[in-house]
Design a protein around this ligand. Sequence first.
Ligand SMILES: Cc1cc2nc3c(=O)[nH]c(=O)nc-3n(C[C@H](O)[C@H](O)[C@H](O)COP(=O)(O)OP(=O)(O)OC[C@H]3O[C@@H](n4cnc5c(N)ncnc54)[C@H](O)[C@@H]3O)c2cc1C
Length: 407
Amino acid sequence: MGARLRFANAGFDYHFAIRSEERRPMIPRTLFSPEHDTFRDSVRRFMQTEVVPHDERWNEQGYVDREVWKKAGGNGFLCASMPEEYGGAGADKLYSVVLMEEQARANCSSLGFGLHSEIVAPYLLHYGSDALKKKYLPKMAAGEWIGAIAMSEPAAGSDLQGVKTSATRKGDGYVVNGSKTFITNGWHADVVIVVAKTDPAKGAKGTSLIIVDREMKGFSKGKRLKKVGLKGQDTAELFFDNVEVPAENLLGAENNGFVYLMQELPWERLQIAISAVAKCEAAIGWTSEYVRERKAFGKPVASFQNTRFKLAELATETQIARVFVDKCIELLLAGQLDTATASMAKYWATDLECKLIDECVQLHGGYGYMWEYPIARAWVDARVQRIYGGTNEIMKELISRSIGLGS
Ligand SMILES: Cc1cc2nc3c(=O)[nH]c(=O)nc-3n(C[C@H](O)[C@H](O)[C@H](O)COP(=O)(O)OP(=O)(O)OC[C@H]3O[C@@H](n4cnc5c(N)ncnc54)[C@H](O)[C@@H]3O)c2cc1C
């Protein structure tokens, strides 16, 4: 049965908690128009009707149904910021922000929509030929084809210069060989941006981005990886065995892949920060609700000074994160978000998310460790936010460079 009933059985109305979080006094957000708010309502409804009821089953099976991708596409929730001529809605990035925030608040980590719509699709839009955009983006916007990006390899994650996957020129195209791991949407993936060496002797300057799709011989998927959290997300290994790829599937110029990765990373990192802050806000909502209802020593847990002070501290830190991340979104919209600032947002917001959710688990007592409770799910999902998208240590490297330290 659906998650809603399970939470209700545990004496806890999950959806009420989502609403209650909005009652907290906050510095008003100024980013969104009434149209964005209307869109938010419809995304929230979609999460409640098409996602939350299936989430437990997706967690158990280790992947979401393809059907939900098609439904999301049908509602205009995929690739919303892509131009209409390529199947998108031509929407501004704030609509994408709304989608990420609502998914975080619904606490359903199984969906890889953000990576598909706001990481994979932008590479195609920014560096793909018109033919490539027409070939892949409309199918992605409809949810018919699912996108992934394959950078990491078993022996190369933080150090992408160490990528071994190769794309060797052969006649009119490339032959791709190698393997990737930890790939989000990997098991479902129909179209993959592969980071490959086109000139291995040149290191980062010999790296290119090449599109491989499901119809190409020699492209295969490994097992779905069993993870601590994100249990319904089909993270997988990918294998490329003499995959013949036409030259037109190269994104941008040959050997320029690293430049493109650097250009796109600030937005990718900000997306992680956006979901982290939304999750912090939701966690405070769930926890405030819980401590008001739960009694110990004959009174609500909320009446203990420790509980109130702890939640006051967490609400303060979340507010600080919210203001900073909203400012970063503003900079992004103005085309001014730099690498160091995006790295600060990613590292600080995800560190906060892990600390905050752990404190909230503590305030739930034993129930915080029970899978039926949203805080337990948020706890296992949060940990990876400090690892993927560039580890928080790599974020600090980038920040230190911006203040004139390091290489
Ligand atoms: C659930 C999940 C989903 C993912 N999705 C994707 C995806 O869709 N596509 C994709 O390509 N990858 C994906 N990844 C991979 C992810 O981006 C990498 O795991 C991450 O970049 C870290 O690389 P690594 O695992 O090789 O760790 P390593 O690079 O081996 O790092 C190990 C430790 O060393 C530290 N370290 C490394 N270098 C330095 C340094 N210079 N200074 C200080 N400390 C350092 C790291 O911070 C870390 O603590 C995903 C990972 C997970 C877990």
